[in-house]
Ligand binder design. Sequence first.
Ligand code: FE2
Length: 295
Amino acid sequence: MSEAGGLTALERQQWQREGFVVLPGFKSAQAIESLRTRAAQIVADFDPECGPDGRPSVFATHDQARLSADQAFLASAQGIHCFFEEEAFAEDGRLQQAKHLSINKIGHALHDLDPVFDAFSHGEDLAAVVRDLGVQQPQVWQSMFIFKQPAIGGEVRWHQDATFLHTTPVSVVGLWFALEDATRDNGCLWVAPGQHRSPLRERFIRQACPEPGQPLTRLEVLDATPWPSERHAVPVEVSAGTLVCLHGLLPHYSAPNRSPHSRHAYTLHVVDGTSSYATDNWLQREGGLPLRGLS
Ligand code: FE2
């Protein structure tokens, strides 16, 4: 961070060269505690027996078809919904551990609908960082509180964030806040430095006219460029309070969490309003929830 807020020249160079930048100490312990406390309240208030579609929702990124069939997922674009870890349930359909240790994430409009998340997600310091990443008119489309639960925290396979929030030109930036220390043991981020210059490989889009009973979304392969090999993957082990900024084309993943420790994180995804937002992106704001910037 520069003294005037925003990025230093070195950080801007790293962003250009490697497609990510790590900003330790960006959020205070108090701000983190407020957010985690509020997330715990949302989960406590969540009744899995009474989900929007009458059944629990499972978030499993390596099985996009499962997501596609889930109406609650699309509705969460403009709401606050809890999604279970894929491994949360026993074969008989019952939770294998307490509810608060079974949730994969909360998404996707926390930053607009909840006052505590709103306060965490907006501010001049954040606006200055994103301005220095080259975003002229920031629009915050998505927020996620990610639990990465002990023992069952699921893998998020290699992906590029522009797969999910596509604009022309590509403009999405991921803002990843560590709410706990993130290590190789509890499922930290892994990135492929410099590979933000590789092509967009996939797009996750809404089906134009789904047949009844058919998936509402699908993953479209755009480019056969392979994902980076393991030897090009670098772990991003960071302390609580760190902000990691990710270019929308930078391949990244996180491994399963098999440790006894959670790895809570919060993410925002910001696009540039000067670009054109794809009308077939899975995440749309039909019906009036206004888009806001970062100030
Ligand atoms: Fe991502």
